[in-house]
Design a protein around this ligand. Structure first.
Ligand code: ATP
Ligand code: MG
Length: 362
């Protein structure tokens, strides 16, 4: 089919152009002079889109931003020179979205006449992948903790038995001083052993979901604040908390909610370097309750925001393990709630904890 008279020479038209428009990815094609000969519909849309009438037949340098052209031109020349496709392993972040780029040689009678540059929007796919990785890691961690706790229980019981046997031998010693010392060591072993058993039990219990429990949100917040009074991250932090009267109970076990509030509050304290203001407020809708925690720290940098709920993601590797928010989200989701980072305002970070209303009182 001949190109329409108003189109610049060499520009793709007819069915070829329609097919390119039908593709669910944004692409353009350039000739050897890096002149744009095709620019599909998807390439006209989105944050880096441009209408094709302004770019077809023109040098690519005029179609892209100066920075975009500076990056892509050497790659296109390389594809022309070598005839090898170039798939970009790194993704460019444009308008908060992720793109994966590929530049493919188009050959006619063995000679590369054009290069096709395609950009796939992989934002949603990547978000899904990250969710799968995150829940896999957490599930693995839960299994690991439960497995270790379970395995430790047996040797622990054995050790307790041995310690008791040693103590009863030593208690037959003729020297009263030795018997006394043996007794105090035995008591120490017993109390430490009991502590280990409690720890193992609570680890095994925490791996098991506890459906049907309910927590008093205001009381949980008060309990956490009492704990934080002595926490070093809260040395000079002012806490302003606004709890409405008679808030209905939330559908979550109180220990989990406490852990969530503590994780978010400690993060806030750390971000504010021990001094600033933490505002906590609670509220409700017809079926849900929410808790908002806002600090006066530096806020979460834009590049960091997508990662903060991933297990093991931390910006302070020496201090944190990067599990606080990941575990908080997993505990909440298990109870039908969630935690989100709200869009930034002038200053600080704002987290919103969402909970289901429980049917029964705690
Ligand atoms: N209030 C906040 N202000 C600024 N950044 C924050 C805030 N809360 C969390 N972050 C960012 O989110 C990251 C992840 O937080 P998370 O609680 O999961 O891990 P962590 O605090 O680094 O380690 P851990 O909680 O295991 O001790 C932090 O390293 C930090 O970069
Ligand atoms: Mg933390």
């Amino acid at each position: 089919m001949a190109p329409s008279p108003r189109q610049p020479p060499g520009v793709l038209s007819g069915l070829g152009a329609d097919i390119l428009d039908a593709l669910p990815l944004s692409l353009y094609v350039v000739d050897r002079d890096l002149r744009v000969v095709a620019w599909n519909r998807a390439r006209e849309q989105g944050p880096i889109g441009k209408p094709r009438r302004r770019v077809l037949g023109r040098p690519l340098a005029q179609a892209l931003t100066a920075e975009g052209y500076r990056q892509v031109a050497p790659i296109l020349r390389h594809v022309f020179a070598t005839g090898e496709a170039h798939e970009e392993t790194s993704e460019t972040q444009v308008g908060g979205r992720l793109y994966h780029g590929g530049r493919l040689p188009v050959a006619h009678r063995g000679k590369v006449t054009h290069v096709l540059a395609k950009y796939d929007d992989i934002t949603e796919r990547r978000a899904l992948e990250m969710q799968v990785i995150a829940s896999d890691r957490l599930a693995f961690l839960g299994q690991l903790v439960a497995g270790v706790a379970h395995e430790i229980a047996n040797p622990l019981a054995g050790l307790a038995g041995c310690a008791e046997a040693l103590a009863s031998l030593a208690l037959q010693h003729p020297e009263p001083a030795v018997r006394q010392e043996a007794e105090s060591f035995r008591d120490l072993v017993r109390s430490e052993m009991a502590r280990c058993e409690r720890l193992v039990k609570s680890l095994l219990e925490s791996a098991r979901p506890k459906p049907g429990e309910a927590a008093d949100v205001a009381e949980t917040v008060r309990a956490v604040l009492r704990l934080l009074e002595r926490h070093p991250a809260f040395a000079r932090v002012k806490v302003v908390s606004g709890m409405p009267e008679a808030l209905p109970p939330a559908q979550i076990d109180p220990d989990s909610l406490r852990q969530v509030v503590l994780a978010v509050a400690v993060n806030a304290g750390r971000a504010m370097k021990g001094s600033g203001t933490l505002r906590i407020r609670a509220g409700r809708t017809s079926s849900r309750l929410f808790l908002e925690l806002a600090d006066s720290g530096p806020g979460v940098p834009r590049a960091v925001r997508p990662h903060i709920f991933e297990p093991f993601f931390t910006t302070s590797p020496g201090e944190g393990s990067g599990l606080g928010l990941a575990i908080a989200r997993s505990l909440l989701r298990r109870a039908g709630g969630d935690i989100v980072l709200l869009p930034p305002r002038a200053r600080g970070a704002r987290f919103r904890v969402e909970l289901r209303r429980a049917r029964k009182r705690p």
